[in-house]
Design a binder for this molecule. Sequence first.
Ligand SMILES: *Cc1c(COP(=O)(O)O)cnc(C)c1O
Length: 356
Amino acid sequence: MEYVRSLAYVNVSNLLNNVRNIYNYVNKKIFAVVKADAYGHDAEIVSKVLEPLDYVEIFCVATAYEGYLLRKSGIKKPILVLGGVLKEEVDIFNDFNLTPVVSDFYHLEVVKKLKKNTVHIKFDTGMRRLGFYLSEVDKLKNHLNDLTVEGVLSHFPSADSDRDYTLNQILEFKKVLYTLNIKPKYIHIQNSAGIVYECPFCNAVRVGLAIYGEKPTVDYPVELKPVMSIVSKVVSLKKVKKGDKISYNGTFKAEKDMKVAVVAFGYADGLPRALSNKGYVIINEQKCRILGNVTMDMVVVDVSHLNEVNVGDSVIIVGKSGNQEITFSDIANISGTIPYEIMCGISKRVLRKEVR
Ligand SMILES: *Cc1c(COP(=O)(O)O)cnc(C)c1O
């Protein structure tokens, strides 16, 4: 561990706090979304911590391969593959007991070859990505005879930004269920942002972002704690003279003599290059701005204002130190994207470490 320069601490107490608070707020079964290696948090760590909770019913992944990896790490609870099933994936679904989300007549044909006939059926009520339309329900019914429809679902594209659109989706979903006229074990449409909407006929929620401690909206009513914090190290200190240009392409010109620190964290670790000359890190409880372009393995930051700084000092990339804090949302806002993308982008080189 001491040979690793950058660590991502995964705080499982905070993870449990978040899942518990979400459950107490919605009072519906939780489907924990652990796709994309649990949004970069390590799907094995996250799933093992959540599996013992009785209200966590299902783990959601994007692809069969992600489901296979979860089974390899010992997860026994049902695994729902959100991205459907392709014919070349039949064996992996069978061998590792994965449940497909069916959202295309192609998927229905493939599902007939599975040993277990349990499926969730997805409807498109506004996302225009995966799912059948309400108008296809009658045709669909002819194909459901030999299947166990354990779940019916849909998905919100704009629960964090468009209330009317989302309310309309809930109405459309209700029509789908009425027309389908079956009683599945699970009915689910709400994502993290979606849990603030009433859906009395739904009995499960699929939550990702919120369990990892990021609020999808500023007025989100559930108390959440950040799960991941990222710490790197100072690898070199130096002085630069007024007029010196820092890093590739010289996009930062020193306005005065300065002291700078070189930090072992670059875009190959997941620090967006868009933070060049815009972002900051925390060293010894003080904000230090990024100078010049972020490079692949390192970034140069201003430490002129620090009384004391040494090679080897810890550098907070994401997290809290003293009165200072940097969240995934902060980084996303500065670099013009969403916290999801920053979380998923923290690379393999950053070692994940479970802490309590
Ligand atoms: C990723 C995903 C979710 C989780 O969304 P969050 O906003 O992270 O809660 C839910 N449902 C589907 C279909 C998804 O792809």
